[in-house]
Every structure is written in structure tokens, then in C-alpha cells.
Design a binder for this molecule. Structure first.
Ligand code: CP
Length: 305
């Protein structure tokens, strides 16, 4: 039995297979419409979500399966003090696979150690978000044609942004990757990733504060939200929240073929005036999230079509 807790749980070859399967699902959805007949996914979300929870549910429904679950800690027995390990033991009796989001780093890992069904980390605190990474990789692969030899700008909250942490870990395994880390000093990428991953693997990167300095150099601009829920005080959040606003003026500095990705939700960091720019692919990215989660469910359940 396999789980997905970190993007490193799949080798590059396995990732390539998964992305190829997601592409085939996009091209031939009818072929997969009954692949999970009789199967159930439990979506156990202790934190709010729109895309991740609903795309997992859409993915299982598209495969002919069913869904059950909860969308907040308050509506589950976590509110009565039940532990994650007890909850997953019980969920294992009700479902064939579980996607779990939790505000505490490591909670899905703990769940996987007590589960008798595959557990997918659907986001754990400020730590990792591996299925967003699969979505990002599929978006880049399909729209850019490759996952290697890319300069990627990561902009916004690089300190708490779990999507960024997971994406870096996945991309450093491809040749010719270079990062430009764009953040206020207070929201720099944590040293355990800068030193522990980038420096250790000899991956080239620069750190800049101004988005304008990086724009002309980028193949991909990955924007992120400053996350109110991760700040310890409101004052700091208010000071940081509008630090970056991507608008038409800044887009004029970008190459014609640069892609803008964003895991969403956005707040103010991307002006709606650029939603119609062909380089803005964040809604397409959300669509790819369904195909890649369908591919992931099939892979973890060991179902071949
Ligand atoms: N990208 C993402 O994780 O969005 P949700 O929080 O809506 O699931």
C-alpha cells in the first residue's frame, strides 16, 4: 500500500508516468468513467478548502466512485478531542482511500502510519502540499512542454507557503532548473529549504525583493498569497498583504511566453485586469488539478485501465 505525503514519495520516473496518465485522462475521459465503480474516497479536511477538496471529490466522481467526508474540524469528532490516528483507523473501515488536510505539520504522515488505506496529504500546515505540486507540474509540462531547463520565479509568502516548499522539492530533480525567490525579507524561504535543499544540491538561485527586477528573466512566475491564517499577529499580516500586486504594468516587463501560475485562492496579489492575458493560466491550472488527482487515485489504488 502506498501513500502520498511528500512529492519525494514518487521517483521522477513515477511522476512522469503519473503526468502521462493525467494527460490520457484529459484526452480520453470516457475511458476512465467506470474505473473506480464501487470505490469511495474520504475527504477529511480539518482546514478550509475549495479546490483541493472539491477536485478530489470531482476526480472520484469522474472515475465512477463515491465520496464521503468532512470539510472542517468543527463538523467532525476532532471537536470532541478525537486524535488523527483514531480518526483514520475508523475512516479506513468506511473508505478505500483518504485525502487529508490538517493545520498541523505532519498530521497526514501520522494518519498514514495508522491507516489500512492509502492516505494523501492534501496540505499540512506550512509544510507541504504534494497534490498541488502534481497539479503545477502537469500545468508546466502541458503548457510549456518540459519540466527541465526553466527559470522559475516564486513570489510572495515563501516562508509559510507550503505549495512553494513542495514545488521546489519536486523541481530540483530535473536538470537546468534555476529559481528567483521574490519575497519581503520577513517572508524569505526558510533556511531548511534554502540551505538544506538548494545549496546542498547546488541549484542556482537568487533572492530579490522587487518583482520588477525578476520579470524579464522568467519562464514561469509562480505567485502566492500572503496567508493571513499563518500569521501570529494581524499587524504583520496587514503590513505584508499587498506587498506584491501583479498588474498590466508589471506584465509589460515579462517575456511573451512566460506563464503565470498561482495555486489559488488569490486575494490582491494578481489584479483581475490580467486574467484575460494568455500568459495567465491559473484557472487552467485548477482544471488540471482534477486530471492529476484522478491519475493519483488510480495509481494509489493500483487500478489499471
Ligand atoms: N490550492 C489550494 O490548495 O486551494 P484550496 O485551499 O482552495 O484547496
Amino acid at each position: 500500500m502506498r501513500h502520498l505525503i511528500s512529492p519525494m514519495d514518487f521517483s521522477v520516473e513515477e511522476l512522469d508516468d503519473l503526468l502521462a496518465l493525467a494527460k490520457d485522462i484529459e484526452d480520453n475521459p470516457e475511458k476512465y468513467a467506470h474505473a473506480c465503480d464501487g470505490k469511495k474516497i474520504a475527504t477529511c479536511f480539518y482546514e478550509p478548502s475549495t479546490r483541493t477538496r472539491l477536485s478530489f471529490e470531482a476526480a472520484m466522481l469522474n472515475l465512477g466512485g463515491s465520496v464521503l467526508g468532512f470539510s472542517s474540524a468543527d463538523s467532525s469528532s476532532a471537536a470532541k478531542g478525537e486524535s488523527v490516528s483514531d480518526t483514520i483507523r475508523v475512516i479506513s473501515c468506511y473508505a478505500d482511500i483518504c485525502a487529508m488536510r490538517h493545520p498541523k505539520e505532519g498530521a497526514p504522515l501520522v494518519a498514514s502510519q495508522h491507516a489500512t488505506i492509502p492516505v494523501i496529504n492534501a496540505g499540512d500546515g506550512g509544510h507541504q502540499h504534494p497534490t498541488q505540486t502534481l497539479t503545477d507540474l502537469l500545468t508546466i509540462k502541458n503548457l510549456k512542454g518540459r519540466l527541465d531547463h526553466l527559470t522559475i520565479g516564486l513570489c510572495g509568502d515563501l516562508k509559510f507557503g507550503r505549495t512553494v516548499h513542495s514545488l521546489i522539492r519536486a523541481l530540483v530533480r530535473y536538470p537546468g532548473i534555476r529559481f528567483i525567490l521574490i519575497s519581503p525579507p520577513e517572508l524569505r524561504l526558510p533556511s531548511y529549504i534554502r540551505e538544506g535543499v538548494l545549496d546542498q544540491m547546488g541549484i542556482p538561485y537568487e533572492e530579490v525583493v522587487r518583482l520588477e527586477e525578476a520579470m524579464s528573466d522568467l519562464d514561469i512566475l509562480y505567485m502566492t498569497r500572503v496567508q493571513r491564517e499563518r500569521f501570529f499577529n494581524e499587524e504583520d499580516y496587514i503590513r505584508m498583504k499587498d506587498y506584491y500586486i501583479l498588474n498590466r504594468e508589471k506584465m509589460a516587463l515579462a517575456p511573451e511566453d512566460m506563464l503565470i501560475l498561482h495555486p489559488l485562492p488569490r486575494v490582491n496579489e494578481i489584479s483581475t485586469e490580467i486574467d484575460d492575458d494568455p500568459r495567465a493560466v491559473y484557472f487552467k491550472q485548477a482544471q488540471y488539478g482534477v486530471y492529476v488527482r484522478m491519475a493519483l487515485i488510480l495509481t494509489l489504488l493500483g487500478i489499471e485501465v
